[in-house]
Write a protein that binds this ligand. Sequence first.
Ligand code: ZN
Length: 161
Amino acid sequence: MTQTETTTAASGGGDRADGLLAPVPDDDGAPFFAYAARGELRVQCCADCGERRFPPRPCCPHCQSFESLWKKTSGRGRIWSYVLPHPPLLPAYAAQAPYNVVLVELADAPRIRLVGNLVAAADAALNSVPPERIRIGAPVRAAFHETDDGFTVVRWLLERP
Ligand SMILES: [Zn+2]
């Protein structure tokens, strides 16, 4: 499953009108995007042992159960790490460089880290937060951005901009 605009699309498709990459969810990952479209950040959870897991997959790596559900999270977390991608980049990304890619550790599921972009507002450009504003450990919260082709992706906002 791909879950952000900055991850590589799976085979075939994935190009958006604006030149950024679109998510190409598989069957396991589709609920993540369906909940995001409702403004909810949910992670897959084992229905037997309760362990949360990401990325979504059919089987629990802890107890091997195939039963799962999707648990709502607070949508809050901290920047665990980040990068500032440099060329060579795809043209649409090069136009927005320097932008960031953050790895966010979820507050209520610290073993789960999501890749995304830190932005100034849900619909702002990928380069809307200056690199010098980004700090490891900074508290962030999820925001939901609907792309031009109707997909909702999760982005991240600083709790204290
Ligand atoms: Zn389990």
